[in-house]
Design a protein around this ligand. Sequence first.
Ligand SMILES: C[S@@+](CC[C@H](N)C(=O)[O-])C[C@H]1O[C@@H](n2cnc3c(N)ncnc32)[C@H](O)[C@@H]1O
Length: 267
Amino acid sequence: MAKSKSLVLSNNSFAESLFSIGTRFSLAKVFDDFLTMTIAACSINPLTKLSNYEEEYLQTIAPYKESELRHEFPKAFAHLIRQMEERVTDSQGNDILGEFFEQHLSNGRNGQFFTPFHICELIASVILGENESKTDTPIRILDPTCGSGRMLLAARKSNATAEYYGIDIDHTCVKMAALNLFLNGMWNSEVLCADSLRANDFVISYHISLLPFGIFKITDKEKSKLWHMHQKSFEPPEKKKSGELIELDKTPFKDRIDIKGTQLDLF
Ligand SMILES: C[S@@+](CC[C@H](N)C(=O)[O-])C[C@H]1O[C@@H](n2cnc3c(N)ncnc32)[C@H](O)[C@@H]1O
């Protein structure tokens, strides 16, 4: 049987596939659209066999549908999986998405330099080395400015049983982190798009789940576990009863974090 043209991997890497689409379309948009469509592809409803985000997928692919270059998107995904797999035990980690974003798109704008993976590993082993959970409650690890989620990927190597959470103000970073956690099998994790300096801020959140399998968008902040935990970490230790005057809590923020897991543990 002749091979379908769309299945031939003409370009040799994730970056080359995206660059080839970038010859006709803006590279930043191509990258963000790739993330949106890949997240949609990672969230299939087993009953309908369609994505839970089918409409968004169709809207995102629409500008490319007249161009043969649209076939590069699934090839880019195939290359991404292969390259991540090849580097799963690599000392430089397998954050292919973050490397592409940093090298070709952000160029350090908005402080978007990501920590080299071996430094992430060092930080994670220093912080987590002696902090195995001694209770039934898993340690919860938050990177409140997570970028592509690289610090969380490194932390997983020190503690495979923890729950992982990331927040970033930039939606493209949030999508990268959600995909990175999903493709590395870091279930029960969540990545929130919000300003982490503000207790109530919420744009959207992504839940990474094994059962049901997929990346699930949370659009109602009340349904976001991470939003509730993050908001709680801003509260004074003891809430005043209603009617009493609320005094400003003078405890430094870092001292309000309970490392044993009732609140979020911080990098
Ligand atoms: C220097 S990068 C660090 C990323 C990651 N923690 C690492 O070590 O590789 C900082 C990230 O913080 C995000 N950021 C900046 N201000 C923020 C805010 N107020 N709330 C949430 N994220 C923010 C940026 O979008 C950027 O992705």
